[in-house]
Design a protein around this ligand. Sequence first.
Ligand code: TIU
Length: 230
Amino acid sequence: MPRVRVEAEPSALTVDLDSAALLIIDMQRDFLEPGGFGEALGNDVTRLRAAVAPCKAVLAEARRLGVLVIHTREGHRPDLSDAPRHKLERGDPSTRIGARGPMGRILIRGEPGHDIIPELYPSKAEPVIDKPGKGAFYQTDLDLMLRNRGIDTLFVAGVTTEVCVNTTVREANDRGFRCIVLADCCASYFPEFHDAGLAMIKAQGGIFGSVTGSQNLLRPLAAVGNQRIA
Ligand code: TIU
């Protein structure tokens, strides 16, 4: 049962890898590529690219060590029956949720834009949670899945820091899961919101969870690999 010591703010943590999961939130083409939901909302989607390489490195290590990996996608049914009216009515009608764009209908399940970017594409063994909201626990079976597998700690990555990452971390915290947010594996269209989103999590003794950089996880994970080989 490998345990690792992870340097983090506000303080270092010991993590049993058998009861930890890597949760990668909404690394979808709709948020990261031009022509999707993120751009439709008026954002510069290139700002999210910074998180891709760090996520890829952590994903590779999690896979190598057999740490549970769960991906999430935000999106709605083609008939929009699971989308609140106020969410559908936001923005220019030609670029709203459900409108046709270069990657298919915006934020609709089954459309090319809704899927996860190729760089971080889930393996067949990795569960994908389709969620209708910002939080990954709202109206999904994520809580059940984590409890069935005895998971108590989440390494959290994805986009955007202050929206779906923050909402999910707050939900997880209230449900008793310990969150360790990987700062450079998260990104926002607004750098100041990224910083504030992380600051809010780790303030007050880690009121919602802990924050660290991916290197602080990759280093101890690499050491586990070496111990196993030896
Ligand atoms: N708009 C924005 O920053 N984010 C979202 O709408 N969804 C997620 O964060 N995934």
